[in-house]
Design a protein around this ligand. Structure first.
Ligand SMILES: [Zn+2]
Ligand SMILES: [Zn+2]
Length: 251
């Protein structure tokens, strides 16, 4: 359910993502071993999961992150602050997100929130994806995956999930080896590094989201593939766009 196999495969395919996906795989070990046995409370997560997330990060994380985590003594206050949407440092955000991955959201927290937000918990979308389909009525439909909880929901393919703008959207896709991402929807070339990934930006709010096309790679796991999109993220930053919300690893 965490895309362990996909993460191992992409770690081999994408040298630029080796460290990030290595840390992700270490976190998958922690998540798979975490068993709330009934109710998954913040107290349980702080006592049982957070210390393991820290240990995995120290052992497998990129050096700056591992060093930043090494002497922290975070507990339930950090998780509560994350849940309350308080401003956290990037390291705190990473620890809280990696820990809360195993805690299901309480139902109804997202009701009444803005469009483009998770109907379950009110969190922002992390990644968007289109299912593989030959049915023209279904193709073009897309789903958003929540950054705060495991929920995914259908959302208009032509609307910005951040500001609701329905026009002025641009697709940035990589077109070939060593090529800069270009604007527009292109046929994937065989040597394309990311045939399954593109960035979709909104010209009104200058935000973007990585979009995963499962028709081009049915094996893709949107939340895992999104972690490997760093070169696209760097390109988007150069163009002046900001991701709707950074991913688990802070990109
Ligand atoms: Zn959610
Ligand atoms: Zn927008």
């Amino acid at each position: 359910m965490y895309g362990r196999e996909r993460a191992s495969e992409l770690r081999e395919r994408y040298p630029h993502a080796r460290e990030v996906l290595g840390l992700y795989l270490a976190l998958v070990e922690v998540w798979e071993a975490a068993d709330p046995g009934g109710e998954a409370s913040l107290t349980w997560a702080a006592a049982e999961v957070l210390p393991r997330v820290m240990a995995a990060t120290v052992a497998s994380g990129p050096r700056p992150l591992a060093e930043a985590v090494a002497d922290r003594t975070d507990g339930v206050e950090l998780l509560a602050a994350w849940m309350a949407g308080e401003d956290l440092t990037p390291v705190e955000r990473f620890l809280a997100r990696a820990t809360m991955r195993v805690v299901p959201p309480s139902k109804g927290e997202g009701s009444g929130r803005a469009a483009g937000r998770c109907p379950q918990c009110g969190g922002p979308p992390q990644v968007s994806y289109r299912a593989a389909s030959d049915d023209p009525l279904v193709s073009g439909r897309r789903a958003l995956a929540c950054a705060r909880c495991p929920n995914e929901w259908n959302f208009s393919a032509t609307t910005c999930p951040n500001c609701g703008e329905t026009g002025k959207r641009t697709v940035h896709a990589e077109t070939g080896h060593n090529a800069k991402p270009a604007i527009g929807r292109h046929e994937a070339t065989p040597e394309a590094l990311f045939p399954q990934l593109r960035a979709e930006s909104c010209e009104t709010c200058q935000r973007y989201l990585i979009d995963v096309d499962l028709a081009r790679d049915p094996e893709a796991v949107p939340r895992v593939d999104e972690l490997a999109a760093v070169p696209l993220d760097l390109h988007m930053a150069e163009q002046g766009y900001t991701k709707i919300t950074p991913n688990l690893m802070g990109f």
